[in-house]
Design a protein around this ligand. Structure first.
Ligand code: THU
Length: 140
């Protein structure tokens, strides 16, 4: 969706993209052969990365975005302000990951690092709330 978002790239976007691409190189995707890397930026300024991890039972596959978010949570950093996803193609995050990320900040910025584009191209930036309007939250 180029040109439809008000989302801005965070100042640390270069580092976020680099970490996301590095994580992609560790993807475990023997079944789909589709490698995905992700990195989340927390309010504290730290970056945590993840990759997709597939499984012979297919349905147990964990996407890169959830893998990265879990790394941040496990480090005690729940305030995710941005997530970068590195892959070829742009229709991400998947629906499951949109809802998973929504839990931690519906207003986070999503950077889509499409590796089909020039290596130094700026990633597309959109708001998670645009990708998942009216996501589910437990509220009284
Ligand atoms: N995948 C991700 O890691 N993130 C997404 O947002 C979409 C899909 C992974 C899951 C699976 O390992 C592979 O890409 C093909 O679907």
């Amino acid at each position: 969706m180029p040109g439809v978002s008000n989302a801005a790239l965070p100042p640390q976007w270069h580092d976020l993209v680099a970490e996301s691409r590095e994580a992609r190189s560790h993807a475990y995707a023997p079944y789909s052969k589709f490698s995905v890397g992700a990195a989340v930026l927390t309010q504290a300024g730290n970056i945590f990365s993840g990759c997709n991890v597939e499984n012979a039972s297919y349905g147990l596959t964990i996407c890169a975005e959830r893998s990265a978010a879990c790394a941040a949570i496990a480090a005690g950093q729940q305030d995710i302000v941005a997530v970068c996803i590195s892959l070829t193609g742009t229709p991400v995050p998947c629906g499951t990951c949109r809802q998973f990320l929504y839990e931690f900040n519906p207003a986070m910025t999503v950077l889509i690092d499409d590796l089909n584009k020039a290596e130094d191209a700026e990633p597309e930036a959109v708001l998670l709330s645009e990708l998942l309007p009216r996501g589910f939250r437990l509220e009284g």
